[in-house]
Ligand binder design. Structure first.
Ligand SMILES: *Cc1c(COP(=O)(O)O)cnc(C)c1O
Length: 304
């Protein structure tokens, strides 16, 4: 999609966009004289002010990784169209089961099929979905074909297998995530819980309007005691696996600054843990986290 742009064009991205996306914009696209800037996409006025004359692509990510911000897809897509830009939504976090950006006005949707679409942590892939075929989608197709970013047939088979249980899995992930988020909100060693299904989430009302049937399976938390406690929680857990990625049946935990896509100059909180809530029994997940936290805080939190 970014290859459809020309020298001189500008891309507007959310201020907490996925690190892998920002690194493409920062490290690769400047060589083609394509610039970018970021805005808080939860603030429609901020987006309006950030749009430039040469903005051709507005990149939305909702829910966002890892802060789980909610962007109003309808309003931001409308702004994009008024300025002659294309609105793209990265829908990886909630999948089409809970959010359908094309119906809200977006032009293109992307998913990492590595995550929930595949659903079992055994495939790498990506999907672009377009509202209609036109010259932009034709360019995307040609670029894919000629530059070789084509999935193997076995990888396609794995994603196709994943699709068959996508709806059931997403319901299970979301149900468990809400239970875990609710339990963690009461935990004294947790400083903050980010989950759009909690009434405490700043965009809870928008999330309720825009997401249908669930709020996804990712919960982010800040722990008391700083980075060393966050690190220790990742080593102490026994049900969760300490690993990058998310969206598989098993629960994963990751400290954001240790992510391989975390580059220099990215502003992610050191005490932030991203939890990919799997399909295990939710009591086991809460017990595991609480035990890991208590022992991490005993070992590393006292001085903080
Ligand atoms: C993981 C992720 C991607 C990229 O996925 P990979 O297949 O791991 O390259 C893109 N967007 C979001 C929001 C993600 O979380």
């Amino acid at each position: 999609m970014l290859r459809t742009l020309r020298p001189g064009h500008h891309v507007l991205v959310p201020d907490d966009v996925f690190q892998g996306t920002i690194r493409i914009l920062r490290e690769i696209l400047p060589k083609w004289q394509i610039s970018y800037s970021s805005a808080d996409m939860t603030d429609v006025d901020a987006v309006r002010a950030a749009i430039r004359q040469n903005t051709r692509l507005e990149w939305l990510e909702t829910l966002s990784n890892p802060m789980l911000k909610v962007t109003d897809v309808a309003s931001i897509s409308k702004l994009a169209h008024e300025s002659g830009a294309v609105a793209v939504v990265d829908n990886t976090f909630v999948t089409p089961v809970f959010q359908q950006p094309l119906q809200l006005g977006a032009d293109l949707v992307v998913h990492a099929s590595t995550k929930y679409l595949g659903g079992h942590g055994d495939v790498l892939g990506g999907v672009v979905v377009a509202r209609e075929s036109n010259s932009t989608t034709e360019t995307i197709r040609q670029t894919q074909l000629l530059e070789g970013s084509v999935a193997s047939s076995f990888d396609c088979w794995l994603v196709h297998r994943g699709f068959q249980t996508l709806t059931c899995r997403m319901r299970g992930h979301a149900q468990n995530a809400l239970l875990v988020a609710t339990a963690l909100e009461k935990e004294p060693l947790i400083a903050a819980v980010y989950y759009p299904g909690l009434a405490s989430h700043p965009q809870f009302e928008l999330a309720r309007r825009q997401l249908q049937g669930g709020f996804g399976g990712i919960v982010s938390v800040r722990v008391r005691g700083g980075a060393s406690v966050a690190n220790a929680v990742c080593t102490n857990v026994r049900v969760f696996t300490h690993a990058t990625s998310f969206g598989m049946t098993e629960s994963l935990i990751q400290q954001q600054t240790s992510s391989p896509t975390h580059g220099p100059g990215t502003n992610v909180l050191e005490d932030l843990l991203r939890l990919s809530i799997g399909l295990e029994h939710p009591d086991d997940l809460v017990d595991d986290l609480v035990a890991a936290l208590e022992s991490a805080y005993r070992d590393f939190g006292a001085g903080a």
